[in-house]
Design a protein around this ligand. Structure first.
Ligand SMILES: O=C(O)CCC(=O)C(=O)O
Length: 199
């Protein structure tokens, strides 16, 4: 990631917007046809977990760990995270010495409840302990800090429940990632929300 021409760096104005809002985008990384072709190749490989980093039944507090780090066993995902249109933008924020320390899939099926509002800093929800410790930090004394690149592999629209972000909420943690929820699969999509039955 070093000493390459940064074609897709954020502009000065985009960097100001990022600092103010805590996010920037959306950006087009692939044409719809390119993404359809890429997703078709990836999805065919997902069921083969023979070289996946985590077993299929790996669950953390509120997350499905089996969906972690498939870029380690699926070449197209490894290429995706190195895509210059992504890396140039990330390095224009963080500097050139960057590392993709984790990837995660969020499968979203029609009718699913979706992901609740949360903040992500150390991703401790996977284990109850910070997943990122910088040099000199420990589990009682840490600062966290990472950037998420969120990529839609299929259409993500207001109608089908796209990701939502609250501008300006990135400066202060209002959410304790170390706390876990009791996961009861029977309750998923079986509760009333906003007056609507989810049965
Ligand atoms: O896509 C989602 O549902 C959640 C994404 C998310 O929480 C994350 O990228 O940290």
């Amino acid at each position: 990631m070093t000493n390459q021409t940064q074609v897709y760096s954020l502009t000065a104005n985009e960097l100001v917007q990022f600092e103010k809002n805590g996010f920037i985008g959306p950006f087009t990384i692939y044409t719809p046809d390119e993404m359809d072709a890429l997703w078709d190749k990836i999805r065919r490989q997902l069921p083969d977990r023979s070289h996946a980093a985590y077993p299929v039944d790996a669950h953390g507090g509120v997350t499905n760990i089996s969906n972690y780090d498939r870029h380690l066993d699926i070449d197209e995902l490894a290429c995706h995270i190195c895509n210059k249109k992504i890396v140039d933008r990330v390095t224009s924020i963080l500097g050139e010495n960057v590392l993709c320390w984790r990837t995660e899939f969020f499968p979203k099926y029609p009718g699913d409840e979706g992901t609740d509002w949360h903040q992500a800093d150390t991703f401790a929800n996977a284990s109850g302990k910070p997943q990122i410790l910088w040099p000199g930090e420990n589990e009682d004394n840490f600062n966290g800090g990472t950037i998420t690149v969120w990529t839609a592999f299929t259409d993500s629209t207001k109608e089908n429940g796209c990701l939502q972000l609250i501008p300006g909420t990135h400066k202060k943690m209002n959410y304790d990632e170390r706390k876990t929820m009791v996961f009861n699969p029977e309750r998923i999509n079986a509760v009333d929300k906003e007056g609507l039955s989810q049965h």
